[in-house]
Design a protein around this ligand. Structure first.
Ligand code: 5MM
Length: 342
């Protein structure tokens, strides 16, 4: 076992801490800024992310690592400090998104394949020198009447495995993110369908990781929860979501994996926290289970900030509150009263 990779993976999923996904591509962060009528520029992206990374209470106590976008890992604050230095000073790890996005699958543009393998070995070495100790690659699977096909699942799983092998070769922990979407236009599937497809996807991913000789002790899995599609009329209770999620993971994820850090996928802030907390009330989970949220950690903060300097302190408080609530959830200790009494 590679001790260095295992140590980093353990730090990423340390009980009480989780990961901030701040790796929105420029297209995605533009959508977020549109909600607050803010122009998306290099500077506004820097100001927003610097505001989050300077939330010292959140960063020191609740955030184990931050996933950055290529632009951010090279960016300096207005006072000339690298944003990566701000993150590291709060004892948080620097991570980097290395995929270049989900693109239409050739001859089948109803599904996607994630790109970014060309030149990845060289990019990873550069990112290591810039401070990155973990990386992220997201494969996207959409459920509809005819999809996903086994070809699309296998192609995405193989890309994740090839990425993971290059990461481990570069001494970087790969976050393996095979996301079964809950919030696409076609998402009217029920919870059982999400469970069936996620089980299929995770089994295929671990088969490909095995084929690629990946050391499971040096990865972190970032899956979706088992949840009905956004447009499904049959809603499921938080307990059912937590039970099905745990049972799917127990069926598919080897115990050698140090940790699981969920994406939020379009759940609102409280839902994501509540589900994570119920999952963690089960006492015999074989892995540390925590969060690697983007939207469910940032939403309140970005809305409070609104691009205004005078709102920075309030926005940092909102981020700190959400991070703290998710920290409780990662220990199975969240309850709704904490939302108002913090
Ligand atoms: C933060 O968003 C990430 C980047 O997405 P794009 O490349 O599409 O802009 C995304 O991969 C994110 O890390 C995960 O989906 C988790 O975020 P959510 O919002 O689902 O918790």
């Amino acid at each position: 076992m590679n001790k260095e990779l295992n140590n980093v993976a353990q730090m990423m999923v340390k009980p009480g801490k989780g990961i901030l996904a701040a790796d929105e591509s420029n297209a995605t962060i533009t959508k977020r800024f549109n909600q607050i009528n803010l122009e998306c520029s290099k500077e506004s992206r820097r100001n927003y992310r610097e505001m989050l990374f300077r939330s010292s209470e959140a960063m020191e106590n609740y955030i184990s690592g931050v996933i950055l976008y290529d632009e951010t890992i090279r960016q300096k604050s207005e006072t000339g400090e690298y944003l990566t230095d701000i993150i590291q000073k709060s004892n948080s790890l620097v991570g980097i998104k290395v995929d270049t996005g989900a693109k239409p699958l050739a001859l089948d543009n109803s599904q996607t394949i994630t790109e970014g393998l060309d030149g990845l070995r060289e990019r990873l070495n550069e990112y290591y020198n810039l401070g990155a100790r973990f990386a992220k690659w997201r494969g996207v699977i959409e459920i509809s009447k005819d999809n996903p096909t086994s070809y699309a699942i296998k192609a995405n799983a193989q890309a994740l495995a090839r990425y993971a092998a290059l990461c481990q070769e570069a001494n970087i922990v790969p976050i393996i993110e095979p996301e079964v979407l809950m919030d696409s236009q076609n998402s009217n599937h029920n919870i059982k369908e999400c469970e069936r497809i996620t089980t299929w996807v995770l089994n295929t991913v671990f088969e490909e990781l095995f084929n690629a000789k990946i050391e499971l002790e040096g990865i972190v899995l970032k899956p979706n929860m088992i949840i009905p599609g956004k447009f499904c009329k049959e809603r499921s209770s938080p307990n059912e979501i937590a039970e099905r999620t745990l049972s799917c993971l127990k069926e598919t994820v080897p115990h050698g994996v140090p940790g699981i850090a969920f994406l939020s996928g379009g759940q609102n802030d409280i839902e994501a926290t509540e589900h994570l907390s119920i999952i963690n009330t089960s006492s015999n989970n074989p892995w540390n289970i925590t969060f690697s949220f983007g939207r469910a950690l940032q939403h309140e903060s970005i809305m409070t900030w609104g691009g205004k300097v005078e709102k920075i302190t309030d926005a940092q408080k909102a981020f700190t509150h959400r991070a703290k609530m998710n920290s409780f959830a990662s220990l199975g200790k969240w309850n709704v009263d904490l939302e108002n009494n913090d």
